[in-house]
Design a protein around this ligand. Sequence first.
Ligand SMILES: Nc1ncnc2c1ncn2[C@@H]1O[C@H](COP(=O)(O)OP(=O)(O)OP(=O)(O)O)[C@@H](O)[C@H]1O
Ligand SMILES: NC(=O)c1ccc[n+]([C@@H]2O[C@H](COP(=O)(O)O)[C@@H](O)[C@H]2O)c1
Length: 293
Amino acid sequence: MTTNGTQLVDFNSQAYSFPSNKIQKLRSASKTPVILVACGSFSPVTNLHLRMFEMARDFIRFECTDDFELVGGFFSPVGDAYLKSGLAQAIHRVRMVELATNQSKWITCDNWEALHKEYQPTAKVLDHFAHEINEARGGIEIEGSTERKPARIALLAGADLIETMSSPGVWAPEDLDHILGEFGAFIVERAGTDTSAALKSLEKWRKNIWVIPQLVSNDISSTKIRLFLRRDMSIRWLVPDLVERYIEEHGLFMHDDPNGPAPQDKEQSQKDRDSPNPSPRPSPPRDVVPGKA
Ligand SMILES: Nc1ncnc2c1ncn2[C@@H]1O[C@H](COP(=O)(O)OP(=O)(O)OP(=O)(O)O)[C@@H](O)[C@H]1O
Ligand SMILES: NC(=O)c1ccc[n+]([C@@H]2O[C@H](COP(=O)(O)O)[C@@H](O)[C@H]2O)c1
């Protein structure tokens, strides 16, 4: 399977099609429709990742009243080529985001990035959204009109991600210029990250960066979820129920390999569960993971 000449992974042989079905019509024709794109590992997706979209929605409604109207939100999980520790296979991460967003009327998962064998830089991912929404579909439908309006595609990220933008060598300068100069970013404050310091070297794009305060601080991270699972601790209410069930059914993150136990280990765990004298469980951590962990 290919798109734009690049090789794609075959998730159940399904042909790729852009999931535009949850994009809403623009209600105020004078406003600019906004599409938020959250790029990340989502290994696994957590309730905080979902909350980021809700925080951004309120921010846009109450702080950008005259300019913007939010019409859609997308998760774009990274592909398998993103070699980060703790990364479950893309197919699992995509399925979990799909389960997490199934009930949402406006947030969905786009698997275009995850389907690629090669790593797709964020600038290219945002270009893909601009192409699908503004070029292929001619923009966003306006309620009560036959006209369409081009959407502003913007990155939705945590402050730790914006912090990496000041670290030399992580982002190509032309990509930063493209992302922050042409698209823009909505940044959710994150405990442990000094947002003002992170923004200092991004001053020239400041008008295209909107900082969203976390009014209820929440520092759930995928790392903590993986740690809890390895220690056989509960993750209930930290991730959506369906995601918790998916993790359990596929034995993800229980061991050092995020993709679950090797078949022989799986048999051993089953024997342990069936045995009247199961092997002792690892003890819970004494400390909570410091910072982002
Ligand atoms: N607690 C949080 N507060 C604000 N932003 C967050 C938080 N957790 C994740 N994010 C943001 O969500 C996006 C996707 O993040 P990612 O998949 O790396 O999640 P994570 O929980 O940080 O993962 P990991 O712990 O594996 O590094 C990033 O932009 C990240 O900054
Ligand atoms: N040069 C780039 O385009 C670049 C650099 C660093 C991170 N990123 C993106 O930021 C996100 C970071 O996710 P994690 O926090 O899970 O590592 C990923 O989507 C990754 O692709 C992009």
